[in-house]
Write a protein that binds this ligand. Sequence first.
Ligand SMILES: NC(=O)c1ccc[n+]([C@@H]2O[C@H](COP(=O)([O-])OP(=O)(O)OC[C@H]3O[C@@H](n4cnc5c(N)ncnc54)[C@H](OP(=O)(O)O)[C@@H]3O)[C@@H](O)[C@H]2O)c1
Length: 241
Amino acid sequence: MAFFSLRLQIARCGRQDDLDVFRRRYIDLYLVHIPIAAKYVDPTKRYPPGWSIDGESAKVITEPVSIQETCQAMGELVDAGIVKNIGVSNFQGVCRIADHRPSPLRPHPSLSPRNRTPSLLQQSLFDLCNEEKIAVTAYSSLGPSSFVELGMDKSIPPLIEDPKIVTIANKAPAQILLRWATQRGVAVIQKSNNHDWIVQNLDCCSFDLSEEEVKTISAYDRGLRFVNPAEICDPPVYIFE
Ligand SMILES: NC(=O)c1ccc[n+]([C@@H]2O[C@H](COP(=O)([O-])OP(=O)(O)OC[C@H]3O[C@@H](n4cnc5c(N)ncnc54)[C@H](OP(=O)(O)O)[C@@H]3O)[C@@H](O)[C@H]2O)c1
């Protein structure tokens, strides 16, 4: 079964539009991609809209739409049966995810995908999500791998080639990094165009890491971000400390 996930544009998005574009009856997961209300782009003109106003340059135009307003609109999509789950991405603890739930009386399943590689642990945000019963999903579990082709890898050596990682357990380095996340209660969204790697990645829960091995990998925390709108948008958009 395919799990269909979309990233929200802004609170005023066309609601039915996204379903029409993909010929779907409902969306499994609807996300705030990043806490920036970028100017709405009609999906019939350009889809996906990307970050920038023209889909090519770094120029970002924002609109005065609050996160509260956006989360409220997302809650209404759940009530209407159009969306099954809602979530946020690239939020920091300071945004107090919990404060932006649609309503304390109507808890919706929430999910918070974020850059949770060993090099960006964000332990306090993880603890906050656990406390608020918000499921956490990690992207970029393999470190800089997917940012190499975008020139955004910050010249960090690939984690899957790190001498310490490759000697942990008798498993492929990618499996070790994925297991490090899943063993700590974090879901992972992995992507690959290589059939063997997809099979390998899916088999990342057939073994356990020792407590010592988990600690060794956690020690890679560098507070390192690959996606930071302050570095890639024009004008810079400051959302992270
Ligand atoms: N919310 C956000 O801000 C955000 C940001 C980034 C990504 N994402 C999403 O997260 C999902 C995953 O993207 P990601 O950035 O996290 O990428 P990723 O899965 O961490 O890395 C993908 C890269 O790793 C390679 N790879 C995959 N499995 C491997 C294996 N077993 N051994 C060696 N190399 C392997 C892939 O190579 P091949 O392609 O050659 O197979 C590709 O170059 C995507 O849907 C993406 O849209 C979301």
